[in-house]
Structures are given as structure tokens and as C-alpha cells.
Design a protein. Structure first.
Length: 202
């Protein structure tokens, strides 16, 4: 039986984050994407992929913790918005999840009952209000594998629209087959692809 002190030490060890060179490279890429906020022209995006257990989620969690939300002039500023594909993976539920992670909990369900266009408009407005510089969507492959053909094209088109209208770069994080989004013409030209091969947390 572990003592409370031993349990505390074990939990501290589990939370250790080792920044390997590949992680520094990814973080630098994230920083470069954020620096593009406010500049004219197409906002580049990124696909970060890797197999289960390679530390993708730990990586984005660590990056988010370095850029936490804060109040600026009475508004909660979210420089880095991290979200996850919900359990019912549709375009609308994903947009609603992004709004919820921006703190728009009350209005999300109402908008979800109306249509995806209103969700999109609301998300873009809130991204601008909250000063969001980077969107990171985890487990993106779940949205791709549950929506194919016309639905996949609609997802690609809507994310591109949000990327353009909000002027915010998007990082799609997932398993290797999440790369299928690059098959869509509107994404193939704007995606930087980075693979994570080694575990990033001890």
C-alpha cells in the first residue's frame, strides 16, 4: 500500500513532460502559425498525426497550458483554443464543441437546434472577440472516418471558411489516416504535415 507521500511523488512523475527535439519543432510551428494572425493572405494550417500512445494529446495539453485564457479589457481572451471531436462526430456537433470550449455554453444548444450556418457565424464572431490565434482540434480522424464523400467535402469547406473568415490557423490532430483531409483540394495547399513518432511524456 502506497503512502500519501508516495502517491504524490508518483503523480508528480506521471505529469513529467520531456520536451524532445521533435516537440520543440512542433511548438515552434504552432508559434509561427499564431504569428500569422492579423496578416493578410491565406492562413496556413497544420496536420499533426501519430499512432496511439505517441503523446499527441500530452503535447497539445502542454502547449495550451503555456498559453492559458486570461481577461483582457473585460473579455476572456483565448489565444489557443483546444477542442476535441465529440462522441457524436458531426460537423455541427464539432462547431458546437468549439463554441463550448470558448465559454459559450448557454447558447450552443440553442444554435445547434437551428442550423450549422448560425453555428459557424457565431463561432467566427466569438473567435474574433476572444482574440483566438490558433485552433487545435484533437482526435480529428473520428470526424473524417464517420463522414465521407459529400459530408467530408462539406467539413473541409466549412473549416476552410472559418480559417479564412476568422483569420485563424487550424491544427488538426489525429491518427495517421486523418491525412485524408488533404485529399480535399481546398486543404491540400494549406496544410503543413508533421508526424509524431516517439512518446513525448514520461
Amino acid at each position: 500500500m502506497l503512502t500519501d507521500k508516495q502517491k504524490e511523488k508518483l503523480n508528480e512523475f506521471r505529469d513529467v513532460f520531456i520536451e524532445y527535439p521533435i516537440i520543440s519543432t512542433v511548438f515552434n510551428d504552432f508559434d509561427r502559425l499564431r504569428l500569422g494572425k492579423g496578416l493578410t493572405g491565406e492562413k496556413p494550417c497544420m496536420l499533426l498525426n501519430g499512432d496511439t500512445g505517441t503523446g499527441k494529446t500530452a503535447l497539445i495539453k502542454q502547449y495550451k497550458e503555456r498559453h492559458l485564457p486570461q481577461f483582457i479589457n473585460g473579455v476572456m481572451n483565448h489565444p489557443v483554443l483546444v477542442s476535441r471531436i465529440p462522441s457524436n462526430p458531426t460537423l455541427e456537433s464539432t462547431l458546437a464543441e468549439l463554441l463550448k470550449d470558448l465559454g459559450q455554453v448557454g447558447s450552443t444548444k440553442r444554435k445547434l437546434r437551428v442550423n450549422g450556418t448560425r453555428l459557424t457565424t457565431s463561432l467566427i464572431e466569438n473567435l474574433k472577440t476572444c482574440g483566438t490565434e490558433l485552433i487545435i482540434i484533437d482526435e480529428f480522424q473520428e470526424l473524417i472516418e464517420h463522414n465521407q464523400g459529400k459530408k467530408r467535402r462539406e467539413i473541409a469547406n466549412r473549416l476552410k471558411y472559418i480559417n479564412d473568415e476568422a483569420g485563424v490557423s487550424i491544427v488538426l490532430v489525429g491518427m495517421p489516416w486523418a491525412e485524408k483531409i488533404a485529399d480535399e483540394p481546398q486543404w491540400s495547399s494549406r496544410l503543413l504535415v508533421e508526424g509524431v513518432q516517439d512518446s513525448v511524456s514520461a
